[in-house]
Design a binder for this molecule. Structure first.
Ligand SMILES: [Zn+2]
Length: 156
């Protein structure tokens, strides 16, 4: 009797274990399938997000000059961020003592006369800054000469 009892017991135990391990395997497979499907959903969501951004960028490029656009506030936000990026990039250039080639965007030493990548010739900045103020001064002189008729110091 006792022997029979143990046999039944172990048979039942064996059945329980195999059922349990089948359940575990089934669960693991389900989890793996769900993980895989969620990854595929993420991929599609990324495509949507990227495409939304592309539409937004195209729209911005098309209507950024339109000052009465319904997305004016968003345009301002983008413009402000772009200006900030430019300012921060300039700061980096100053720290590294480099400048950006206006033709190919290569970073080159500030004092270089040519771009090392595309060969573009840079206008000497010192000449530019000397020329411009002189022209301004001449313009100021002309306007000053035209003005003397009006003299606020003389009170009649
Ligand atoms: Zn260049």
């Amino acid at each position: 009797m006792a022997r029979r009892y143990y046999m039944d017991f172990f048979e039942k135990l064996g059945e329980t274990i195999s059922t349990k391990s089948k359940d575990v395997a089934k669960k693991a497979k389900e989890v793996a399938e769900v993980v895989s499907l969620n990854a595929k959903i993420s991929t599609q969501e990324d495509i949507i997000k990227k495409t939304y951004a592309q539409i937004g960028q195209k729209y911005y490029e098309k209507y950024k000059e339109d000052s009465f656009n319904e997305f004016g506030a968003e345009f301002d936000s983008i413009n402000h961020a772009m200006e900030e990026i430019k300012r921060l990039q300039d700061e980096i250039q100053t720290i590294k003592n480099t400048k950006i080639c206006p033709k190919c965007q290569e970073e080159v030493p500030t004092d270089s006369a040519f771009c090392s990548k595309c060969g573009a010739q840079f206008e000497a900045e010192s000449q530019e800054s000397e020329k411009a103020p002189q022209e301004d001064r001449n313009n100021d002189k002309v306007s000053e000469e035209e003005q003397p008729e009006v003299n606020d110091d003389v009170i009649i």
